[in-house]
Design a protein around this ligand. Structure first.
Ligand code: NAD
Ligand code: DAU
Length: 344
């Protein structure tokens, strides 16, 4: 039995990853450590919570004694660290928690991985650590780190710690840097689920600036298979970019969602008149685009889901899981919305 400690497994990508791993590796045991912040939701794992190969601990990755206890008592072979504050807009309003969870928390996990001599530590990082591109070029693994938001600065800091534990202590590590994910169970503060929720509820769709910022979208299942490839076969100490070669402007994404929803829900008045251009995000990165040649050539990974199918599947998932979406829209969420979008 191989035992993997997944941190942040009750969030969007972590929960999809746990489901992916339980499906793909019947001899793996998965332990999920998650603090259940506003973004952590055990509903994301309801269908697998009774799987004999899965167990859950609620706790903070900054809690050293808890982390050491879990690692030492459960014969952990690997740590895959998803746990993080993940939303750029929240990092602009309140940076401190990003440093605590994303930087200090990563260090606690690295210390435990080193102390108990684990096989490998995989850090789930992001393309945002590279900063922003102009209208041409791609992020490669050699692009200098140049983060622009408190969120991306905290992720870049964690990456440097992971690198340092490899160089200084010889810890077996990999870092993955993926572009924007979409798919089921994404918290409706991020562009795609927020736009879907607002459109089906007849609310304004807030687009920052001119709507021409570009993101490189990848279905979350493709991200999960890429992480699995890195876990199994990634060369020790290496960074792997992950992306889908799928650049879209934000306004294109928004218009695509409106088009799909207006076809599926013709009785509702879902149209581009819902779009509202609002003041730009501070420090808004203009363009992200990943060069994923390395993971393709070294590990044979390629994305499988084309965006046109993936976005339709995703819209369907949110329409079929309205109870999941609605259960998130509580007082905390409304306060957050008010803080970021004012009276919109
Ligand atoms: P998310 O916000 O949906 O989930 C984060 C999870 O981490 C939540 O379950 C939360 O409860 C947990 N968590 C937060 N702080 C914690 C702490 N101190 N201790 C224990 N658990 C804690 O995030 P996501 O979108 O699933 O992203 C997961 C990871 O992938 C993050 O590290 C993020 O930087 C990275 N990433 C995200 C994307 C994306 O498009 N969403 C792309 C590339 C990389
Ligand atoms: O690139 C990977 C990153 O992608 C991850 O590291 C982050 O965890 C994840 O949140 C995501 O960051 P972004 O800032 O790119 O994602 P977000 O969904 O917040 O925004 C996508 C784009 O849409 C961005 O250009 C800002 C814009 N946007 C977003 C929101 C929430 C709007 O125009 N209006 C909005 O209301």
């Amino acid at each position: 039995m191989v035992t993997v400690l997944v941190t942040g497994g009750a969030g969007f990508i972590g929960s999809n990853f746990i489901r992916f791993m339980l499906d793909s590796h019947k001899t793996y045991s998965i332990i999920n450590l998650d603090q259940l912040t506003y973004a952590g939701n055990l509903e994301n794992l309801r269908d697998i919570e009774t799987n004999a190969n899965y167990s859950f601990f609620r706790g903070n990755i900054c809690d050293r004694s808890l982390v050491e206890r879990i690692v030492s008592e459960n014969n952990i072979d690997y740590i895959v660290n998803f746990a993080a504050e993940s939303h750029v807009d929240r990092s602009i309003k309140d940076p401190e928690i990003f440093i605590k969870s994303n930087v200090l928390g990563t260090q606690v996990l690295l210390d435990a991985a080193q102390k108990y001599n684990l096989n490998k530590f995989v850090q789930i990082s992001t393309d945002e650590v590279y900063g922003s591109l102009g209208s041409t070029g791609y992020f490669t693994e050699n692009t200098p780190l140049s983060p622009n938001s408190p969120y991306s600065a905290s992720k870049a800091s964690a990456d440097l710690l992971v690198r340092a534990y490899y160089k200084t202590f010889g810890l077996n590590v990999n870092i993955t840097r993926c572009s924007n994910n979409y798919g089921p169970y994404q918290f409706p503060e991020k562009l795609i689920p927020l736009m879907i929720y607002n459109a089906i509820n007849g609310k304004k769709i807030p687009v920052y600036g001119d709507g021409l910022n570009i993101r490189d979208w990848l279905h979350v299942n493709d991200h999960c298979s890429a992480i699995d490839s890195v876990l199994q076969n990634g060369k020790i100490g290496e960074v792997y970019n992950i992306g889908g070669n799928n650049e879209k402007t934000n306004i294109d994404i928004v218009k695509t969602i409106i088009k799909i929803l207006s076809e599926k829900l013709p009785e509702r008045d879902i149209s581009e008149s819902l779009i509202s251009f609002i003041e730009d995000r501070k420090g808004h990165d203009r363009r992200y685009a990943i060069d994923a040649t390395k993971i393709d050539q070294e590990l044979g990974w390629k994305p499988q889901i084309v965006f046109e199918d993936g976005i339709r599947m995703t819209v369907d998932w949110y329409l079929n899981n309205k109870h999941w979406l609605n259960s998130i829209i509580n007082e905390d969420y409304r306060n957050y919305y008010q803080k970021v979008y004012g009276g919109l």
